[in-house]
Design a protein around this ligand. Structure first.
Ligand code: ARG
Length: 462
């Protein structure tokens, strides 16, 4: 048998080089090595409990695996070119420590099929916790900016057209809530990740009197899987993780796009901190939002990882197929990309500075107070459809005269409708419009403060 390869007895010839290169996964699955050692410790205990290891062998194996794990964790133990996968590499490492006889006992009653299915779940369980931590920091950055800039107004947009004035803090927090939902998606996913396939063996379940529940508990799972075929072949939880990560990427890309727009000369709402912007090699004046653009770009990659994974899973017959090895690179990549872009977006958001005057000047542009005029008429008994019509005519008149709504004279107002008295001007202000939206979830200052408090409580930021 080739070292670092866990099969070979029935073969006369060594694997062809090309086949071996295709089969090999150590360059990406070795990141599961420490977790695999934990699995091996639990498995050694299960073998001992089933009476398959003497007390001495048990102790010898535990000590050897612990030493190997230490070497893995410090980087002292590395895979070699001859190692087919993480499991093969570790058996080679264990053999080096405890000898062939003892190391050879550990493989009894387990298969790489149940091992790998368990390891990816363990990895993702840790991953979801790390990711929630990064998301919480990102939300905290948005909350801090919302607090710091409380009261600043900006144009709210629909269809990219200026629609109604809103508070900047309200808009910033609108980017926080999707991340709150993503945290809850991760929590939820964690419940489904909490069943251990260890003990499912190749597909049919463990022989030798091994207890999957014991191993599951030892590895911190809630329990073991109810079906060994499903346990070894299901990767829906990996796809679900890829989905949540893609969703996070998509949500980040929407904020990225906002920031890119806010920093254009045309909008001029915000400027980037020097430490979070890049320059141009040819245009000395440029300050580019590359961070936001890379984040927007990475969202595509995260979606690709999800769709690639789903395509791999589609139509796969039960139980284990080698195609399943293709689950790891995309999901690891999604984890790695988010570990890069979430802190970057947190830094970008924390250091953005806003131009209150510019945002205010645009807040009432594009007749953004027209809805307030219509609402004012409704409060005076005019049916909304009629109020909509009257206000539309007011906008048209302003457009021809090149004036703003609040500049319409008394005669002009009354010519549009006898209901439209000069008093309407009281609501034709940006602050008036903002404070009028005082229902739960609205942009009125008191509601945004309330929302910010609620967000902080929800995420445990206090
Ligand atoms: N490396 C494989 C995977 O990631 C696990 C090994 C199972 N290989 C096998 N021939 N049964 O899915």
């Amino acid at each position: 048998m080739t070292k670092g390869v866990l099969w070979g007895g029935r073969f006369d010839a060594e694997p062809s080089e090309v086949m071996f290169l295709l089969s090999k996964s150590t360059h990406f699955d070795f990141r599961l090595a420490s977790l695999d050692c934990r699995g091996s410790l639990a498995h050694a205990n299960a073998l001992h409990a089933a009476g398959l290891l003497t007390d001495d062998d048990h102790q010898g194996l535990l000590a050897g695996i612990k030493k190997l794990k230490e070497h893995v964790d410090t980087g002292q133990f590395q895979p070699l070119d001859v190692d087919e996968d993480v499991h093969g590499a570790l058996e080679r490492g264990l053999t080096e420590i405890v000898g062939e006889e003892l190391a050879g006992r550990l493989r009894a009653g387990r298969s790489r099929n149940d091992q790998i299915a368990t390891l990816i779940r363990m990895y993702l369980r840790e991953g979801t916790v790390k990711l929630s931590g990064l998301l919480t920091k990102f939300i905290a950055a948005l909350a801090t900016q919302a607090e710091k800039n409380m009261g600043l107004v900006m144009p709210g947009r629909t269809h990219m057209q200026i629609a109604q004035p809103v508070l900047l803090s309200h808009h910033l927090l609108a980017h926080a809530w999707p991340m709150v939902r993503n945290i809850s998606r991760l929590d939820d996913l964690n419940k489904r990740l909490s069943a251990s396939p260890y003990g499912s063996a190749a597909l049919g379940g463990a022989t030798l009197g091994l207890d999957p529940e014991q191993v599951a508990k030892e590895l911190g799972f809630a329990g073991s899987v109810p079906n060994s075929i499903d346990g070894t072949s299901a990767r829906d939880v990996v796809a679900e993780a890829a989905y949540v990560m893609a969703q996070i990427g998509v949500d980040l890309s929407r904020l990225a796009e906002d920031i890119i727009f806010w920093c254009t000369q045309e909008a001029g709402y915000a400027s980037l901190d020097d430490a979070w912007a890049t320059g141009s090699s040819i245009m000395p004046q440029k300050k580019n939002p590359d961070v936001a653009e890379l984040v927007r770009g990475k969202a595509g990659r995260l979606i690709g990882n999800l769709s690639g994974l789903l395509a791999t899973l589609k139509g796969l017959p039960l139980a284990y197929d080698r195609d399943l090895q293709e689950d790891k690179e995309p999901i690891f990549d999604s984890c790695d990309q988010l570990a890069l872009i979430l802190p970057a977006m947190t830094g970008l958001v924390s250091t953005l500075s806003f131009d209150p005057e510019r945002m205010k000047a645009l807040a009432s542009a594009g007749f953004s107070l027209a809805t307030d005029m219509a609402d004012w008429l409704v409060q005076r008994g005019v049916p909304f459809a009629e109020a909509h019509e009257i206000t539309g005519q007011a906008v048209q008149l302003c457009e021809t005269e090149a004036i703003e709504l609040e500049e319409l004279t008394e005669e002009q107002l009354l010519s549009l409708s006898p209901h439209l008295t000069e008093e309407v001007r009281t609501v034709l202000s940006v602050t008036g419009a903002i404070e009028a939206r005082n229902a739960i979830g609205g942009t009125a200052t008191s509601r945004v403060r309330e929302q910010l408090d609620y967000l902080r409580r929800r995420v445990g930021l206090e």
